[in-house]
Design a binder for this molecule. Structure first.
Ligand code: SF4
Ligand code: SF4
Ligand code: SF4
Ligand code: FES
Length: 337
């Protein structure tokens, strides 16, 4: 069967959807609730294309071609429809892509990443993150007014994390607590640190989600639950470098969410699933991939705008870590620590 995509003839293979035929022949179409080879249903509409024969905007991931279809993937109305779909998804997405402390550090220190290693007891790695931002780590923050501590979200719960004290502690340990890199290793580390710094600059120009203010209930829950040595809430999203929602929002020149719906989902609620796998419901866009591809694992609760994806306690053992690969956002992830 033949259809046209952007006025070019395309031969469709048996069983292919429009999205699959288009991608195979070199047309880029974004997708969130679709994953190749996985069970999926249309929900996000970011894969919208237009059939110019009848003027309909359709989800390309679940629509099968019919003879004579004329598909447009990049017209103005198609792009607008995708942008609107993204903006709706982002409207109740209360989360930070990047941690506020890292965003304001004048030296570009990945504060949250460093605190992550500190909390995991990986002090050499924490030291390396600091050394990547400061040529003389031991005196790194001595003349800084510490905007990181002013921006620290923990400060809105009770008291900001003492970031400078922890940096001092880690760099102090560096002298005899672990082996500092030698010359050759140092050279490699400098290249790696330079790349990380460039990446951080790039990240600052990417889409940033908006967490907003904690409710009293959320503050109380966080006060009781967060018991890491640094008391850091680990605001940055684990999916921030490969989250498709963030990448498409950035491609669509969306810097911040435009609409603000009041989400019912509990923020910063990190639930351990199995092994290294974690689930953070507030970052879930309810695409259903984890539901359709786990038997007696994840499931939907309620309907309409308040619909949630949940993992009942007794279902955790039915979920495999590989499921995290399907998640298009940072809602389901494998921790590197
Ligand atoms: S899930 Fe994506 S958009 Fe949401 S906070 Fe994480 S990186 Fe940002
Ligand atoms: S709680 Fe941790 S990640 Fe969040 S702003 Fe404070 S130091 Fe940064
Ligand atoms: S947690 Fe499940 S439903 Fe939510 S975004 Fe990830 S794969 Fe989709
Ligand atoms: S990818 Fe097609 S509707 Fe989500």
């Amino acid at each position: 069967m033949q259809i046209t995509i952007n006025n070019n003839p395309v031969e469709v293979l048996a069983g292919e959807t429009i999205l699959e035929a288009a991608r195979r022949t070199g047309y880029a179409i974004p997708s969130l609730c679709y994953a190749k080879g996985a069970v999926h249903k249309s929900s996000c509409m970011v894969c919208a294309v237009k059939n110019t024969v009848n003027g309909q905007i359709i989800p390309s991931c679940t629509t099968y071609p019919v003879e004579g279809m004329q598909i447009t993937t990049d017209s103005e109305d198609v792009l607008l429809s995708r942008t609107l779909s993204l903006e709706l998804l982002l409207s109740d997405h209360r989360a930070d892509c990047e941690a506020p402390c890292s965003m304001v550090c004048p030296k570009g220190l990945d504060v949250e990443g460093m605190l992550g290693y500190y909390d995991a007891g990986q002090y050499d790695k924490a030291y390396n993150v600091i050394a990547g931002a400061f040529p003389l780590p031991e005196i790194s923050c001595d003349t800084c007014k510490a905007p990181c501590e002013k921006a620290c979200r923990r400060g809105t719960v009770d008291k900001a994390v003492s970031i400078r004290t922890i940096i001092k502690e880690v760099t102090g340990m560096g002298k005899d607590g672990f082996t500092l890199p030698g010359n050759e290793a140092q050279g490699k580390k400098e290249i790696q640190n330079r790349d990380e710094k460039e990446n951080r600059e790039k990240e600052k120009n990417m889409f940033q989600s908006r967490l907003g203010r904690f409710t009293e209930k959320e503050k109380n829950r966080l006060k009781e639950m967060v018991s890491t040595p640094s008391r850091c809430l680990h605001c940055a999203c684990a999916g921030r470098t490969d989250c498709k929602l963030r990448l498409y929002a950035t491609d669509g020149h969306i810097k911040r969410p435009r609409y603000n719906a009041s989400s019912v989902l509990p923020v910063m609620n990190k639930v351990h699933v199995v092994g290294n796998m974690w689930f953070e419901q507030a970052k879930c866009i309810r695409c259903g991939l984890c539901v359709y591809n786990s038997e007696n694992g994840f499931t939907f609760k309620d309907r309409g705008f308040g619909m949630q994806v949940i993992l009942p306690e007794e279902n955790r053992t039915h979920v495999s870590e590989e499921l995290a690969e399907l998640c298009p956002t940072g809602a389901l992830y494998r921790s590197q620590l």
